[in-house]
Design a protein around this ligand. Sequence first.
Ligand code: ADP
Ligand code: ZN
Length: 744
Amino acid sequence: MLTHPGKHRGMKDTPTVSARTRVSVLLPLPLAGAYDYAVPASMALRTGEFVSVPLNQREVMGVVWDAPEATEAKPVPDRRLRPVASVLPAPPMTASLRRFIDWVAAYTLSPPGAVLRMAMSVPGALEPPAPQAGWTLAPPGNSRPRITPERQRVLDVLRMGEVHAGALLAQAAGVSLGVLRGMAENGLLRPALLPHPSRFARPDPAHPGPALGPVQAAAGAALRERVAAHRFGVTLLTGVTGSGKTEVYLDAVAECLAAGRQALVLLPEIALSAQWLERFEKRFGVAPALWHSEITARTRRDTWRAVAEGAAPVVVGARSALFLPFPELGLIVVDEEHETAFKQEEGVVYHARDMAVVRARLAQAACVLVSATPSLESLTNVEAGRYQALDLPERHGGATLPAVEVIDLRRTPPERGRFLAPPLVEAVTATIERGEQAMLFLNRRGYAPLTLCRHCGHRMRCPNCTAWLVEHRAKRLLQCHHCGHAEPPPAECPECGTANSLTAVGPGVERVMEEATALWPDARRLVMASDTLPGPAAAAEAARAIQDREVDLIIGTQIVAKGWHFPHLTLVGVVDADLGLAGGDLRAAERTVQLLHQVAGRAGRAEAPGRVLLQSFSPEHPVMQALISGDLAGFMQEEAAMRRPGHWPPFGRLAALIVSAEDEREADRTARDLGLAAPGGEGVQVLGPAPAPLALLRGRHRRRLLLKTRRDIAVQPILREWLARVPVPSHVRVQVDVDPVGFL
Ligand code: ADP
Ligand code: ZN
């Protein structure tokens, strides 16, 4: 248990001046709130300043937080407060970021310190980088030192007021370092600190971009206007795949740059964004700053600092980039806003698309949500007048949308033991023969999703999770995709002991690859899955190879659905279009339409028209019908009509409680107690407790409860009150998930 210097209580609001004798400091730790500290007389402190303070036996960094509202409780007396140790030399955290942290904490029911931790993820950046010394011209003195030709060359290179690094100066003047030292001794040069070189070049908003078509130009102009307004507003930018949405929102980025403000672009999978980065460079002449989990510690530090100092004008990042300390945020773009990858499921559970809107509001910035397959949430916000809408109805350059057909697997099934039906096989063959590229999509890694014993029916399952083990044949392993458990396939069934009785059931991409190898032995094939393309460099290289026509056939998981522009790809085959529909998740149909439409959108993006074949056992399903007709708007209206009466999101609110414990009875007991204490009343309903579909995950037993309210009823006060009424034993965890996206 932590002892602390005095928990925050009852302070009057104080102005942001040094005259304060005490301040509250929020620490990046999952504690209940800010703590009070004494301000030494010698110290001037503003709200938002990064400080170092004592906590128990150590010193920790934190932020001078705003004084809370006065409360009844007595404050810790001044004499018992410990003093702030030091102020860190970093730009103070802006009020808008502080309000954002408070907001996210309150909305997600997380401790504010846990949210602050995301905004202080690079403690090293709070110290400025060590300055480097160089040489500058000394002001003219009384002595008249001798000017040799060598010295003259140095004087020719150095202009008054400039500071040059010694080695570069010596090289430019063609002299040795000794000459520079001699000149310093003679009063011609003096040492000076080099300005900190920014590694982030300023993108040039005037750099010529592509000439926009008339519809694109109109959308671009509308976005520019909204950025120039310096006011909060959300725009949903929709348009068919390949219509040039990216070019249009880059126009908004240009406007933001021209106004001297910073822009943030969130991408769902930044590691797969090589093509996007290329386009940005083409548009602005330089690369943007990047923010995601795979950048080096050094880059993280420099980037964080450059953002705080306003020296990084554009950041493109993953969801955590929302917590970067932009002082001058003018625009946030959320590309592929429908993507579930924007939901963070661990730690502070938040949806980056929704929080981007909040961050923009608090910073008085424009926000643009972009998608060819917008979420029902965003569409509903447009309908309600909360968001504005812009649409690009046609593909750029006269390219047509691909024709989508369904292959009815009941009528034309694949051969026994195969997964590609004859019409799909023929289409791939014809495409490759024409010298075009084909893609087979199956959202399943590995060789087979299930391994069972032919003799006794035993199924190989994970010892830690409610999940079958997935065979990865190339690695000779059975793997759990939830906890990472892996074991070699046993020679005999662990249940009945029969030798060589284990058999693979169902396909993964590896198995489709095996079939493709047999069918098209001469085609150049490439598998795109997260385990075959580890990291951004591998993904970028794969994209390059496809663009340069070094590949005939691509076989991939959902990675291939991600915004790629492959001009020579004309056929997309979906191996199992029904896959995402099982499971009964609230958004299963919506998500399947979005994913398959995005995959389909990879085909026919240039001159040659595209064709899409969906293998399905239920061609009459509304999802397949929507994909065939291309009427996604109509499909979304039907989705809305199904969700509205039951107050399902976005027409009502949901929050999940996930109770977990290593001991099954403990999980059950807490879940039952929560169920007995469940809130009720008009417009409030609790479903569960029930075992989670993943009833066992990483060795913990899981139970779920779901709170459902009408849209006009906020879930947070209800959750707070509910959780306060139920004691939770120390080894039971109750995770709160407001606006859940996954229901496992
Ligand atoms: P979306 O984001 O809507 O899928 P993109 O912005 O990726 O569409 O555009 C598709 C392709 O068309 C890209 O290669 C892009 O560079 C190109 N493109 C779009 N608009 C233009 C334009 N006005 N001039 C030149 N190329 C364009
Ligand atoms: Zn597992």
